[in-house]
Design a protein around this ligand. Structure first.
Ligand SMILES: NC(=O)c1ccc[n+]([C@@H]2O[C@H](COP(=O)([O-])OP(=O)(O)OC[C@H]3O[C@@H](n4cnc5c(N)ncnc54)[C@H](O)[C@@H]3O)[C@@H](O)[C@H]2O)c1
Ligand SMILES: [Fe+2]
Length: 416
C-alpha cells in the first residue's frame, strides 16, 4: 500500500516527503533513498536574436486568425509592436491591438482589455512587452475563458476553464512572466498587488529575442536584472525547490552576477544581452516551479502601494531577506556563493550567507539601486500595514524560514 506521510502542494510542485512503500518489498533487500517527487512545467521556447518573426508562425500553429496584441505605449514608441504586426500580416493574420496599459497593471485596465478582446472577436493572445504587459495579457486570457472580475482569481488554481492560446514576447530581462504560471495585478482599492497562480497561465509559446532589450532605459535594465537575480536566489532556497529547478536557479544567479553590470557599461554588447535574456529565462523556469519567498511577498506590497518598479524594490529588500533566511538555513547559500564565484563559498555556511548578501548589495550599488525604501517613498508609518499584507501573499508560504508579522516588520525597518 502506498503510504504518504506528508504531501505539500505549492502550485505545480508536489513534494512527497516520504517514499511510497517499495512494491518489491524489503524482503528483496531493496532500500531506496528518501525521494521527493517533482513536476516541471514550461512553455515551448524560441530563443535568439531575430526570433520575433517566429511569433507569427507560433500564432498560426495555435489556430490564430485574429491575434490580440497586448503591449503598452513605451513598447509602441520603441517600435517592436510595429515589427510584430508586420510579421503577423505577412502570415495573413488580422491582428487587433490594445495598449492602454500602465506599469504594475491595474485591475480595471485588465478588465477594459478583456472588453476590447471580446468586442474585436480576437482569438490567440500575443503579449509583447515587460512583465506588466505579459501579466495584463494573461489577465485578459483568463477573463476571456472564465468571466467575472480579475481580483476574484487571487490565489492558486481559481480558474475553472482553459484559457485561449498565449504567445509571449518579453522585452525586459526580466520577470520570467513569459514562462511563469504567475499573473500579478494591482488591486487599486486596497493599493496592493495580488498574485494569481495556476498551470493554465503558463504561456503556450515564449519567444525571446534579445534585440528587444536594446531599447530598455538603463534603470529598467538594472531593475529587471535584479528581479531575475531575486528569482534565482529565492527559487533556490524555496521550500518547494527540487532537482529540476536548482540547476536553473544557480545558472540564473551566475549569469546575472557575471553580465548585468556589463550590459550597463557596454549597452550594445550582444553577448552580455543574450546572457541576460538567458538568465531571466533560467530564473523564470526555476521560480515558476519552485515558487518564491519573502522578498517577493514584501515587494508586492510596496509596489502596489507606491506603483514602483518591481525590480528596484526587490533589489533593496533582497540582501535583508538573505540575512534573515540565512540565519537559520545557511547551507543553501553555499552553492549560491559558489555560483557567484565568491571566495567565502569555500568556508562556513554563515560566511557564505554574508558574502552573498554583500555581493547583492554591491551589485545594486553598481547599477544604481537606492540604499533604502525611504528613498522610494516608504515611511515608518507604512510598515505595520505592509507587514500585515505580506503575510497574505502566496509567495511567503515557500520562504525557507517562517516569518511572523513582527519579523516582517523588522525586515521592513532594516530596509528603510
Ligand atoms: N508574472 C510573473 O511571473 C512576474 C514575475 C516578476 C514580476 N512580474 C511583474 O512584472 C511587472 C514589471 O515588469 P518589468 O519590470 O518587465 O517592466 P514593465 O513591464 O513594468 O515596464 C516598465 C516600463 O518600461 C517600458 N519598457 C519595457 N520594455 C522596454 C523596452 N525593451 N524598450 C523600451 N521600453 C520598455 C514599458 O513601456 C514600461 O513603461 C511588475 O508588475 C511585476 O509585479 C511578474
Ligand atoms: Fe519578480
Amino acid at each position: 500500500m502506498v503510504l504518504i506521510n506528508e504531501a505539500r502542494r505549492a502550485g505545480e510542485t508536489v513534494l512527497l516527503d516520504q517514499q511510497p512503500a517499495d512494491p518489491a518489498g524489503p524482503e528483496r533487500g531493496l532500500t531506496l533513498p528518501p525521494r521527493r517527487l517533482s513536476k516541471f512545467h514550461a512553455p515551448e521556447i524560441v530563443f535568439g536574436p531575430d526570433s520575433l518573426g517566429e511569433a507569427a508562425h507560433a500564432a498560426v500553429r495555435l489556430g490564430a486568425r485574429r491575434p490580440f496584441i497586448v503591449t503598452d505605449p513605451g513598447l509602441f514608441e520603441a517600435g517592436w509592436p510595429a515589427e510584430l504586426l508586420r510579421h503577423l500580416r505577412q502570415a495573413r493574420l488580422e491582428p487587433g491591438l490594445w495598449l492602454d496599459l500602465t506599469p504594475n497593471p491595474k485591475d480595471h485596465e485588465i478588465e477594459d482589455g478583456y472588453q476590447r478582446y471580446a468586442a474585436t472577436g480576437c482569438d490567440v493572445v500575443v503579449g509583447i512587452g515587460g512583465g506588466s504587459v505579459i501579466d495584463a495579457a494573461k489577465g485578459v486570457a483568463l477573463l476571456a475563458a472564465n468571466g467575472g472580475r480579475i481580483l476574484d482569481y487571487e490565489g492558486i488554481d481559481r480558474m475553472a476553464n482553459p484559457v485561449p492560446p498565449m504567445v509571449m514576447i518579453p522585452s525586459t530581462s526580466g520577470t520570467g512572466a513569459d514562462v511563469s504560471q504567475f499573473c500579478i495585478v494591482t488591486d487599486t482599492q486596497r493599493r496592493t498587488k495580488i498574485t494569481i497562480m495556476g498551470r493554465a497561465l503558463v504561456p503556450d509559446v515564449s519567444i525571446i529575442d534579445p534585440r528587444l532589450l536594446l531599447t530598455m532605459p538603463e534603470w529598467l535594465n538594472a531593475a529587471t536584472g535584479l528581479d531575475a537575480l531575486t528569482h534565482g536566489i529565492e527559487a533556490f532556497v524555496s521550500l518547494a525547490h527540487g532537482p529540476l529547478t536548482d540547476h536553473h536557479a544557480l545558472q540564473a544567479v551566475s549569469m546575472v552576477n557575471a553580465n548585468l553590470a556589463r550590459t550597463m557599461h557596454r549597452p550594445t554588447d550582444g553577448g552580455a544581452r543574450c546572457a541576460m535574456a538567458q538568465a531571466a529565462l533560467e530564473a523564470g523556469l526555476a521560480f515558476t516551479n519552485a515558487i518564491l519567498g519573502a522578498t517577493h511577498a514584501m515587494s508586492h506590497q510596496v509596489g502596489g502601494m507606491l506603483d514602483l518598479p518591481h525590480g528596484v524594490v526587490n533589489g533593496v529588500l533582497l540582501p535583508h531577506v538573505i540575512r534573515f533566511n540565512g540565519a537559520v538555513a545557511p547551507e543553501r547559500f553555499v552553492p549560491i556563493a559558489q555560483a557567484m564565484g565568491l571566495p567565502a563559498s569555500r568556508s562556513r555556511p554563515l560566511d557564505a550567507v554574508a558574502a552573498v548578501a554583500d555581493q547583492v548589495r554591491a551589485l545594486g550599488d553598481e547599477v544604481g539601486v537606492p540604499k533604502g525604501l525611504a528613498m522610494l517613498g516608504v515611511t515608518a508609518a507604512d510598515i505595520p500595514r505592509l507587514a500585515q499584507l505580506t503575510l497574505g501573499d502566496a509567495c511567503i508560504t515557500t520562504n525557507p524560514r517562517p516569518a511572523s508579522v513582527d519579523d516582517v516588520a523588522e525586515l521592513f525597518e532594516a530596509a528603510l
